[in-house]
Design a protein around this ligand. Structure first.
Ligand code: URA
Length: 268
């Protein structure tokens, strides 16, 4: 059977989708949210224009910094920040995390700096990338309700962040290297905000902050997050709200974790 170009293109697209490739990533960030339908149509290369386009010339490129260099740079920059405003600006201008290239916004924190409670989640998703605020999608709305159940909110007495500040493509899990590059800023946020307790939302931040795998067994058990400069803060892991949206039976255990958190926050 003879395959047409269209059949071949459709088969390729289907294969991409099956492999989880659902976004095109270019070397430069493209603000797709602001494109009109017409712009998106014009942006698709046609066979003709591709045939006529001059062959791309190799450009001299500066060598990319290694991950170790990026981590060292992040450590140096974060350590030099003496207050939240400096840290916030430093994260926004930091270019050492490759995820930034494909993201629309830096998503650092939302809430009250210096609050007794710091919530740390995984990474921004689509809504967070669009708004520049952590936990604003469906999972974020559930998180707000969970916090409200123990008298906490991002507008009054909680600060919310993530272990990654840029949306990973297609919402894939952040890699250990991506979390390592962001970690110095998370540590400095913990030191500057000096919370009484940290709520770790989900398995990815559990691994990133405590080096522990397995949220099912680790949830509900108090541990200490230690920053690079030795500050320690009590932390309790619980299920990620996105998991609870898929598995509402987990809410009973998450509720118990929140009660334990509320008790800890009451301690003198
Ligand atoms: N999930 C997270 O872990 N963080 C967000 O900011 C949003 C969804």
């Amino acid at each position: 059977m003879e395959h047409t170009d269209e059949q071949a293109a459709r088969a390729l697209l289907r294969w991409y989708a099956e492999m989880g490739v659902d976004e095109a990533v270019a070397p430069q960030p493209a603000d797709l949210y602001s494109w009109t339908a017409q712009e998106q149509t014009f942006a698709r290369p046609t066979r003709q224009s591709a045939d006529r386009a001059p062959a791309p010339q190799p450009q001299p490129v500066a060598p990319e910094p290694t991950v170790d260099e990026a981590i060292k740079t992040a450590e140096k920059i974060a350590a030099a920040c003496s207050d939240f405003e400096a840290l916030d600006a430093a994260v926004r201008s930091f270019d050492g995390c490759p995820l930034k290239t494909g993201a629309k916004n830096t998503v650092f924190t939302d809430g009250v700096v210096g609050a007794e409670l710091l919530v740390i989640g995984e990474a921004p998703g689509r809504e967070e990338d669009q708004t520049g605020k952590p936990f604003v999608g469906r999972a974020g709305q559930l998180l707000d309700r969970m916090l409200a159940s123990i008298g906490r909110s991002r507008t009054e007495n909680a600060l919310i962040s993530n272990v990654i500040f840029w949306r990973p493509p297609a919402n894939r899990a952040p890699t250990p290297l991506e979390t390592a590059v962001c970690r110095p800023f998370v540590d400095r946020l913990i030191e500057i905000s000096a919370p009484k307790a940290i709520l770790i939302a989900g398995g990815a931040p559990l691994q990133a902050l405590l080096g522990v795998t397995g949220i099912m067994r680790a949830r509900g058990i108090w541990r200490e997050v230690e920053t690079a400069s030795g500050t320690t803060i009590p932390a309790i892991p619980t299920y990620h709200p996105a998991f609870l949206l898929r598995q509402p039976t987990g809410k009973r255990l998450a509720w118990a974790d929140l009660q334990s958190l509320a008790e800890k926050l009451k301690e003198r």
